[in-house]
Write a protein that binds this ligand. Structure first.
Ligand code: NCD
Length: 330
């Protein structure tokens, strides 16, 4: 693959007005569609030419991760590089955070190095919104506790759209740990805006009736809803966010909610099986389903790069954007 950046420059969407990408709740259906269409456009160009695009050359993007990540962190880095930008990788371990520096001071320090955008992940809900108030550069939320994970929602929706052509009218079930899932919240906002019927399904300890207030259906029996579902998004049980066990045993959870070969036989013949990852084989999904013909889990990973390219370009590549030169860039 050539290292040389290409001169491709698509027209900038006229109606895009945002400086940050903090959640899907505050975006309009048009904003979500712009993000998805831009993701398709940029990844098509990258695939066709096999060359980095020069859309953000000279710009600097910092990954500020205070929580573990495999897919999100690496795909944000790769997305930045495919747009010709440079990246700074920050991890809380090994940084001055261990010497008592605050989250905001750490972020401001990184910004002062001439950063144009900060991609942030933190265990506390609202941290990316907080940074957006304190920093001058663009802020992208890569997951704030159980609140939102907008690029995950977008990549899930893009994957569905690629298979079904549209989102409106589809029935999409989010199955598992809804209570602790930022992926669930971002999916709900994005899918609802584009006209899907969303079902949150799982044990009552992890799916409250309160979710109905968001205009979605709540269900406790996967076998009952299965024949109606076009898409299942299987969410991991987030044991790390729970103080007490939400069910008697993992075996019992798997018995009631794991997608397995028998449940596949009761599903629509063209059902899509998705998972944000990391997947726990044998808990929310069995290996034959995870690796089977209906699974689009790895396509979701590839689409993660595309939607992150779109988000970075829309925030940093608009007319008049020249990048943050504070602190120099050498
Ligand atoms: C999700 C996350 O971190 O919120 N994963 C991801 O970003 N791909 C879901 C999870 O951790 O289970």
């Amino acid at each position: 693959m050539s290292e040389q950046a290409g001169a491709f420059c698509p027209p900038f969407p006229r109606n895009w007005r945002h400086r940050h990408l903090l959640d899907l709740e505050s975006l309009s259906a048009e904003d979500v569609t712009i993000l998805l269409d831009t993701a398709e456009r940029l990844s098509e160009e990258f695939r066709a030419t096999g060359r980095k695009l020069a859309l953000l050359s000279g710009q600097m993007i910092a990954n500020l991760f205070f929580e573990n990540s495999t897919r999100t962190r690496n795909s944000f880095s790769l997305a930045a590089k495919r747009l010709g930008a440079d990246t700074i990788e920050f991890s809380a371990s090994g940084s001055s955070v261990s010497k008592g520096e605050t989250f905001i001071d750490t972020a401001k320090t990184i910004e002062a190095m001439g950063v144009d955008a900060v991609v942030t992940r933190h265990a506390t809900p609202g941290t990316s919104h907080l940074l957006a108030r304190h920093l001058d550069c663009a802020v992208l939320n890569a997951g704030d506790g159980p609140h939102e994970h907008p690029t995950q929602g977008l990549l899930d929706i893009l994957t569905i759209r690629q298979h079904r052509g549209t989102i409106a009218g589809l029935t999409v079930a989010l199955v598992g740990d809804i209570a602790h899932s930022r992926t669930a919240r971002s999916n709900i906002w994005g899918l609802k805006k584009l006209g899907a019927h969303v079902i949150a399904c799982g044990p009552a300890t992890l799916v409250s009736r309160q979710w109905e207030k968001l205009g979605i259906e709540v269900a406790y029996n996967l076998d009952e809803i299965l024949p109606r579902c076009d898409v299942l998004n299987l969410l991991r049980i987030q044991f790390e966010r729970q103080s007490t066990r939400p069910f008697p045993s993992v075996r019992e959870y798997a018995l009631l909610y794991a997608m397995n070969a028998e449940r596949m036989r009761k599903s629509k013949s063209d059902i899509l099986i998705m998972a944000p990852g990391p997947i726990n084989r044998g808990v929310e999904i069995t290996p034959e389903v995870a690796d089977g013909p209906h699974s689009v889990i790895l396509q979701q990973v590839s689409n993660g790069i595309a939607v992150r390219m779109a988000a970075l370009w829309l925030l940093l590549g608009g007319p008049g954007s020249g990048g943050n030169v504070a602190g120099g860039r050498d």
